[in-house]
Ligand binder design. Structure first.
Ligand SMILES: *[C@@H]1O[C@H](CO)[C@@H](O)[C@H](O)[C@H]1NC(C)=O
Ligand SMILES: *[C@@H]1O[C@H](CO)[C@@H](O)[C@H](O)[C@H]1NC(C)=O
Ligand SMILES: *[C@@H]1O[C@H](CO)[C@@H](O)[C@H](O)[C@H]1NC(C)=O
Ligand SMILES: *[C@@H]1O[C@H](CO)[C@@H](O)[C@H](O)[C@H]1NC(C)=O
Ligand SMILES: *[C@@H]1O[C@H](CO)[C@@H](O)[C@H](O)[C@H]1NC(C)=O
Length: 379
């Protein structure tokens, strides 16, 4: 009697483990992404065509992976693409390029090149397709996704990963590129953080259970900034990485405020996984660690002349621009955005838990443990 009981339990356990290992393959069923050109997979190109600089609708954009331009601001895949790959989902289609909710079976990408966290940037630039607009798009689309996929809202929202960012970088870029000072933009940080926080709270209100919220990149290592903020004073540069110290300190300031806000939200919403994705440190790893193979971490692969091969007059894809022969040796693709190789490094660091906190690698197993508990307690 007793031994058959044990055997029976063992069978159940094996069955449960089988289910769990299957679930482990596809932790999330959908990804919904909000952000700017770091994650845009074609929205800006679809909305405005290839009329802006950089010419994201022309080669060499896309040359490394897709072999043709897709609207991604890189030579290949973006962090979002590597995340989708890791969870065995197809690439997440851009909202404006999908012509039916059938295209959105595994999620939607609302990220839009140039988007800001705030409705209107402090430089006075009216930026439609800000974070708030992207949320409106999501809310408009959600009912038809639910209908098309014959699921209830809770199922989709519970099993979806929400990538909220990187966003906010442009809120600082616009004024800084127009001659604003770091002290000036520092004053916008609380507003930017609060816009990100409002978006997170709105998504949680709609039922989101897992949100991945990236911080900002070390802008002092990015060619456009290295070029604009060039200095003869050697003390302005980090002696090891050659990045501009006070620009990186500004990114760290934004990041500290973001983390503080996420900690508040975690207290407020204990049932929700709010994961901080440390794009900053994941990128610093590239600049600090020559062993990773980024031979020219601070030089633009695709651009013009100048000490960092970045020129505002000759942008990647435009007339007179040149492209390096091996983008995987560069961190910067076009002086602002990263190469596929750099995005891959950052994405893997976030996914394996080194640069996400709590580690996103635990969140998936947490989902498995939850269903295990559910099965055991209901048995
Ligand atoms: C709609 O999308 C599908 C799949 O992406 C594509 O094959 C088709 O050509 C599109 N139709 C129109 C009218 O754009
Ligand atoms: C952005 O806003 C401008 C002015 O408000 C408008 O003319 C334009 O159509 C908008 N573009 C998009 C894609 O919504
Ligand atoms: C942006 O504008 C909308 C109305 O157009 C408003 O509801 C929303 O609160 C604003 N968001 C921010 C972050 O200011
Ligand atoms: C920078 O651009 C020049 C001129 O196109 C090129 O010769 C040089 O190899 C580039 N430097 C790097 C590190 O790519
Ligand atoms: C995670 O990925 C990062 C970046 O690729 C790497 O440096 C680190 O060693 C990895 N950590 C683990 C535990 O695999």
């Amino acid at each position: 009697m007793a031994s058959s009981h044990v055997l029976f339990s063992l069978h159940i356990l094996t069955f449960i483990l089988l289910i769990l290992s299957k679930q482990g393959d596809c932790c999330f069923t959908h990804i919904f992404c909000f952000g700017d050109s770091i994650s845009d997979t074609g929205n800006l190109l679809k909305a405005f065509g290839n009329h802006y600089h950089p010419a994201v609708g022309s080669l060499p954009y896309g040359e490394t992976y897709f072999g043709h331009p897709t609207g991604r601001y890189s030579d290949g895949r973006l962090i979002l693409d590597f995340i989708a790959e890791a969870y065995k989902l197809p690439f997440i289609p851009p909202y404006l390029a999908g012509n039916s909710t059938k295209n959105f079976f595994h999620g939607v990408n609302f990220a839009f090149g140039g988007a800001t966290a705030l409705n209107r940037s402090f430089a006075g630039i009216s930026t439609n397709n800000s974070l708030d607009t992207q949320l409106q798009w999501f809310k408009k689309l959600l009912p038809s996704i639910l209908e098309e996929q014959a699921h209830n809202r809770d199922d989709i929202m519970r099993n979806a990963l929400f990538l909220v960012g990187e966003i906010g970088g442009n809120d600082y870029n616009y004024p800084l590129f127009q001659g604003g000072t770091i002290d000036e933009v520092r004053r916008f940080v609380p507003n930017v953080i609060s816009a990100i926080s409002l978006a997170i709270q709105e998504l949680i209100g709609l039922g989101a259970k897992t949100l991945l919220v990236p911080n900002n990149f070390p802008i002092g290592c990015v060619p456009v900034y290295l070029t604009l903020f060039q200095s003869k004073n050697k003390d302005d540069y980090d002696s090891k990485t050659r990045c501009i110290k006070r620009l990186n300190e500004f990114s760290q300031y934004h990041n500290a405020k973001l983390l503080e806000e996420l900690e508040k939200l975690r207290q407020q919403y204990p049932g929700v996984a709010i994961i901080y994705a440390d794009y900053y440190e994941a990128s610093m790893n590239i600049y600090r660690n020559p062993m990773l193979g980024f031979t020219y971490p601070l030089v633009t692969c695709c651009g013009g002349e100048g000490p960092y091969n970045f020129s505002s007059n000759v942008r990647c894809g435009g007339q007179g621009s040149t492209v390096c022969s091996d983008p995987s040796k560069y961190a910067s693709w076009d002086g602002i955005h990263f190469t596929e190789a750099a995005y891959k490094e950052i994405a893997h660091g976030v996914l394996n838990g080194s640069y996400s906190s709590p580690p996103i690698s635990n969140t998936c197993s947490k989902i498995e443990h939850d269903s295990l508990n559910l099965l055991l307690t209901s048995a």
